[in-house]
Design a protein around this ligand. Structure first.
Ligand code: V4E
Length: 262
């Protein structure tokens, strides 16, 4: 897909037994990493209120996570600020991840209603020209597992929040339903209930450090319904979710969506 991959992901809270369960399911530790993300928006928050998340990720470069562009003629086909795409019918989220500078700048300009200026072939120039400013910056320590085409990230953010996610990356909108099924199956196999919405790092960061920004996103419906973790710091270790327990007979074959990753 020329304009970027589509990420289908669901967050959950890892417990002390999560990594053992991953190993029992046949997941392989793909690596550990640590990286800083810097997130950018206009002073009046037009990007994030339109559910567009521009970040500079250490070691990866510029990335834009945004709602997939709906098919022509579909409901909500013209995405406008303050009108995020409808949520999928689960707690999982579906976002396009753009990494090509040309595509990122084009999408930013479309959302902000401006024409790209000459020289904006580099995202950093567009960021300066559009007057974007950094509104969040934090470090994530991550352990990543692979199970077939699925990936599980166990994240610990430096502001004292831990969260995990199951993710599938697909190339086209038609592949989203199968990916959704795969991530939800693996999440259930890891002992989570598939119905509890767990906030992401950014949601917790904004609530703690940028409360006005957080409230604006609640009003815009971008973070609507996110329950927040208790105000205490959970950096001392992952919470043990009440839902964690033996999986109900979920075998490896049921959670694999396709061939094994190399
Ligand atoms: C898409 C989004 C944000 C950008 C950060 O996305 P996230 O997946 O939470 O971060 P991370 O570091 O895990 O990125 P990855 O390495 O997987 O690409 S911030 C808020 N959103 C929207 C959003 C939402 N509304 N609800 C949930 C549960 N997550 C994200």
């Amino acid at each position: 897909m020329p304009s970027g991959s589509i990420e289908v992901e669901v967050k959950f809270t890892a417990g002390p037994g999560t990594e053992a369960r991953l190993a029992a399911l046949g997941a392989a530790l793909a690596g550990s990493s640590s990286f800083r993300d810097h997130y950018y928006d206009t002073p009046d928050l037009r990007l994030t209120r339109a559910d567009h998340w521009l970040r500079l990720r250490q070691g990866a470069g510029w990335e834009l996570k945004c709602p997939p562009v709906p098919r022509r003629g579909a409901r909500g086909s013209s995405h406008v600020p303050d009108a995020p795409s409808p949520e999928p019918p689960t707690v999982a989220t579906t976002y396009q991840e753009l990494t090509s500078p040309h595509t990122i700048v084009g999408r930013l300009c479309r959302v902000l209603g401006v024409a790209p200026a000459p020289g904006w072939d580099q995202v950093s120039r567009a960021v300066a020209g559009l007057g974007l400013h950094e509104f969040a910056s934090f470090v994530t320590r991550r352990r990543s597992y692979r199970l077939g085409v699925l990936r599980v990230d166990l994240d610990q953010a430096d502001f004292g929040y831990t969260v995990a996610e199951v993710e599938a990356v697909v190339g086209a909108q038609e592949e989203v339903p199968a990916a959704l099924e795969g991530v939800m199956q693996l999440q259930r196999a890891l002992g989570w209930d598939g119905a509890t919405r767990v906030p992401g790092k950014m949601s917790v960061y904004l609530q703690r450090h940028r409360p006005q920004h957080y409230q604006a996103l609640l009003r815009a419906g971008v973070l609507a319904g996110d329950p927040q973790p208790p105000p205490h710091d959970n950096a001392s270790g992952p919470d043990t979710p009440a839902q964690c327990g033996p999986s109900k007979g979920m075998g490896l074959a049921e959670v694999e969506m396709g061939h094994s990753a190399p």
